[in-house]
Design a protein around this ligand. Sequence first.
Ligand SMILES: Nc1ncnc2c1ncn2[C@@H]1O[C@H](COP(=O)(O)OP(=O)(O)O)[C@@H](O)[C@H]1O
Ligand SMILES: [Mg+2]
Length: 256
Amino acid sequence: MTRIIAIANQKGGVGKTTTTVNLGAALLERGRRVLVVDLDPQASLTLALGLDGDSLPETIYSAMMSTVKGDEPASAPVVQPTASGLDLLPANIELSQAEFDLTREPLGIYALRDALAQFAVAYDYVLLDCPPSLGILTANALAAASEVLIPLQADYLALKGVELLLKTIGKLQKRANPALAVRGIVLTMADLRTLHAREVVEAARETFGATVPVFDAIIHLNVRLKEAPLVGQSILAYAGDSPGAHGYRALAQEID
Ligand SMILES: Nc1ncnc2c1ncn2[C@@H]1O[C@H](COP(=O)(O)OP(=O)(O)O)[C@@H](O)[C@H]1O
Ligand SMILES: [Mg+2]
């Protein structure tokens, strides 16, 4: 069975895209077949993997729209191979129209689920890189996923937003996808040299640990993780022995 994991948090800059690339690469390293899907109109995932969505004829947006409209699937390939070894369903700014188009379609919330039906079977994992909002695109991801993974910046203010996300996930579970499991929270950008970060790790385990698992693996603050996308690489290829690489390998081991 293909595991489809939505990587979601409505807050921007918490490490969703970084986690999609590097968890994906760490799963590849374990011999899994992995597809990553760019659901953010900013197309950061597409760029981080070294592609320019603007030059591609088919994107996740065209795949979703042809599905809801009942058109023939696109003739040009939608899935793109990337230098990292990950297969990618790319995006470009056109995806910002989905907010408008999909909310007007009666079954718009299932566009991604139905579009993925033609691609997902070839993979062990499909990772969905969500945009920083709780709009129709994140709802599509939560309706298509078997699991959700929540990256959480190791910062007190970031803890606040998780309640709202869990509430949204709860609603989706009830009404659109009863099989959706909250796999867990992964703490990102943790500077464990500071007391603050260590306290946040504790607080996250205390606050959410009873309801939502918090992974043992912690992703440290590591500038190598910022540099890798500039050369279209995962952290494993770019700096395989860095704290960031070790963090994502440990996360992959817990998930796999
Ligand atoms: N563990 C980390 N250490 C240092 N920088 C990081 C780390 N994780 C992500 N970043 C950087 O922080 C910024 C936001 O991360 P990103 O993954 O794009 O977040 P999101 O997708 O949630 O908006 C990016 O510049 C990214 O390179
Ligand atoms: Mg992102």
